[in-house]
Design a protein around this ligand. Structure first.
Ligand code: SF4
Length: 494
């Protein structure tokens, strides 16, 4: 079994290209950094990769990566060690459903997922990432410590605690961790303020490696900016990653000068077109013939220069997120552009040779009527008839209310209602409608606004929690779906 795993992993490792070697064979403290999803997802997460780099660069810390791996007990990606051999197990939790994977990984490693069942000899289990930054409460029964916010400044403080408390009891280590801002230690310190980094330029701006197996077409991931100046009412970025901050253009340019021109770069940002030096950056990337891929950009930001760069980067598909077709509803959820502007930008892209457009919509938005849903069909029909030969891919996802947004107390629409709304959209002939899966969104909505009781139930059910029927048998899911409780407000000061 082990040799099979090694063979699998060596295929992935052989494709990784490191900017500089980081791996060291040992250290005083062994730190397992776990991304509780598949390799291709984890290796596409710039935050996870940045944390790996910072830990690897620390003296006396020995860090290894772990990913979800079907059919195998989790072993470290670097050298095939088991989770139990590490002093610290730190999970990077970005997506709600990954919480179930986190629990499974612990169980498969023989580590009880409920912290109350772990005796002193077990490693210290921590969780950080986007999910606890929105809502740490479901992690209270599971994690020994939870980190909320951006970790750059705190990582070295946490490592210092582990190094200085080496040999002491777990309780003593946790007491010391509780002194740090941004850190929650359930039962010891239940409320904190998120940490954030004031000056991004003090920290490395890229991932330490790239691989063709990432979700950005093999691009080296680079950060442009953090936070968002926009105020879409459904989105937690503005509240959880405030304020809007950006990398200096000079720093970005000098970094890119060092990277061979043939290496594609992935520009990561909540809204790339909001980067204050975006125009200068486009000029520079066009001049240097660099290929890029983007995390996302806004409809308003599409320009001839941007389209030229996308063409230079061999990008054939233009992805836009109108969210809804009704302009009034779009304005009410915080996106103010008109359908005419959307069509104008598609027309510009069409003139530049783009023949595929992907449009992201949501259904189940607060205040949405069936007529609003039908308007998605009309809008897509109009676009198809206006632009001959244009392939329109429509991706429709249920709206999931998120903590710390103005919609945090809204209800998640019932499954039959959502099915009905998707059916209305599927009526559009010749349009490929891809939905993320209503059941997944239903589970996401429950976990997103979960509390300790939810965390405890998931820990007991493990992978069984992926079944709505099983989860409903063990939990009163209505309180989470209706938004009547807001447990995150008890642990995070906004
Ligand atoms: S949806 Fe995009 S533009 Fe709107 S607040 Fe979130 S990150 Fe900003």
């Amino acid at each position: 079994m082990l040799w099979e795993w090694r063979r699998e992993v060596s295929k992935f490792k052989a494709q990784e290209r490191w900017l500089e070697p980081l791996w060291k064979p040992q250290g005083k403290i062994g730190w397992a950094l776990v991304y509780p999803n598949y390799y291709s997802v984890g290796i596409s997460n710039l935050g996870f990769l940045m944390v790996y780099r910072m830990l690897a660069e620390m003296k006396d810390i020995f860090v290894s990566r772990f990913f979800k791996w079907d059919g195998f007990t989790p072993l470290s990606f670097e050298e095939g060690r088991s989770l139990q051999e590490f002093e610290v197990i730190a999970f990077s939790l970005s997506y709600e459903l990954d919480l179930i994977n986190l629990i499974s990984i612990l169980k498969k490693a023989g580590i009880p997922p409920l912290r109350g069942d772990r005796v002193d000899r077990f490693p210290v289990v921590g969780v950080g990432g986007i999910f606890p930054t929105m809502n740490p409460r479901p992690l209270f029964p599971i994690a020994d410590f939870i980190f909320c916010g951006e970790s750059e400044e705190s990582l070295s403080e946490m490592a210092e605690v582990f190094l200085s408390c080496w040999g002491l009891s777990k309780d003593k280590v946790l007491e010391r961790l509780a002194d740090l801002d941004g850190v929650l230690v359930p039962g010891v310190k239940d409320i904190t303020r998120r940490r954030w980094v004031m000056n991004l330029d003090r920290y490395a701006l890229s991932a330490p490696l790239y691989t063709p197996l990432n979700q950005f077409g093999g691009a080296l991931l680079i950060e442009l900016n953090r936070g968002c100046k926009r105020g879409c009412l459904f989105c937690p970025v503005r509240q959880c990653y405030n304020p809007f901050r950006f990398r200096s253009f000079e720093g970005l340019k000098s970094f890119l000068e060092e990277i061979p021109r043939g290496v594609k770069v992935g520009l990561i940002s909540p809204v790339a077109t909001d980067y204050p030096f975006f125009d200068e950056l486009l000029d520079y990337l066009l001049e240097t013939g660099r290929k890029v891929s983007f995390g996302s950009f806004r409809v308003e930001g599409i320009s001839e220069k941007l389209l030229l760069l996308l063409k230079q980067s061999d990008q054939k598909l233009l992805t836009l997120a109108p969210e809804t077709a009704n302009e009034d509803l779009r304005r009410r959820i915080g996106k103010a552009f008109s359908n005419d502007l959307l069509k104008e930008k598609i027309s510009l892209a069409y003139r530049y040779g783009f023949r595929r457009v992907k449009l992201y919509f949501m259904v189940g938005l607060p205040g949405e009527s069936l007529k609003d849903v039908e308007e998605i069909n009309s809008l897509v029909r109009e676009i198809k008839s206006e632009f001959k030969g244009l392939e329109v891919i429509v991706s429709v996802n249920p709206f999931v209310p998120k903590p710390f947004t103005p919609f945090e107390g809204e209800s998640f629409l019932s499954i039959p209602e959502l099915v009905n709304r998707l059916k209305i959209i599927r009526k559009v002939a010749g349009v490929d409608v891809r939905g993320e899966g209503i059941k997944k969104a239903w589970l996401e909505a429950i976990i997103s606004r979960g509390d300790e009781k939810l965390g405890e139930t998931l820990s007991i059910l493990g992978d069984g929690a992926f079944s709505p029927k099983v989860l409903e048998e063990h939990l009163d899911v209505k309180i989470y779906l209706s938004g009547e409780i807001k447990p995150w407000r008890e642990s995070l000061k906004s």
